[in-house]
Design a protein around this ligand. Structure first.
Ligand SMILES: [Zn+2]
Length: 182
């Protein structure tokens, strides 16, 4: 059966091309769990700039279960600290004078009791986080520098989608292309 692996490989190579298409109707349902890939939904509504980040915990933390020792608990605390200090992760157009109003982090697995002998590799878990900024000069808000890649080096890609008064725009971000404009 020498052809089968080759055919599979061809599919894998072709896959990114399929993923490029516009997800215009992609609101609501959950993002696929791919390590290193996060989803960022941005809504610009007057002075309100709201962001929702969905990521496999692996990309933010390196593991996807309740912390089992002090080192892992410290890693969780460090991740929460970075996400809470979101003004450093999402740097909007300076002239728009945006300030961080609230951060909500949702990752129930981190509060679960660790199970002895748990096969962590078999289980996957995501983190969702909501960030709200308020901008004093919304007319000057044209984009933001997404600095998640420096804060979380395991992240390789962010599929971002912006909904603003100008319409809807999808952008694929990476450490080399991290500016989101609209
Ligand atoms: Zn996973």
């Amino acid at each position: 059966m020498p052809l089968k692996p080759l055919a599979l490989l061809a599919l894998l190579i072709a896959a990114p091309a399929y993923a490029q298409h516009d997800h215009k109707h992609d609101h609501g349902h959950h993002h696929a769990h791919v390590h290193g890939v996060a989803k960022l939904d941005v809504a610009v509504d007057g002075g309100n700039l709201s962001l929702r980040l969905e990521s496999p915990l692996e990309g933010l933390l390196g593991f996807e279960r309740a912390p089992g020792n002090d080192k892992e608990r410290a890693a969780v605390a460090e991740m929460r600290k970075k996400l809470t200090d979101a003004g450093k992760l999402f740097v909007a157009t300076a002239a728009a004078q945006c300030t961080l109003k609230s951060v909500e982090i949702d990752a129930p697995i981190l509060d679960a009791k660790p199970v002895a002998g748990q096969k962590s590799a078999a289980d996957h878990a995501d983190l969702d986080a909501d960030f709200l900024f308020n901008c004093a000069q919304p007319g000057k808000l044209t984009g933001m520098d997404v600095r998640l890649f420096q804060a979380f080096p395991k992240l390789r890609r962010i599929d971002a989608q912006v909904v603003s008064g100008k319409g809807q725009k999808a952008t694929r971000l990476s450490s080399k292309m991290r500016f989101l404009s609209w």
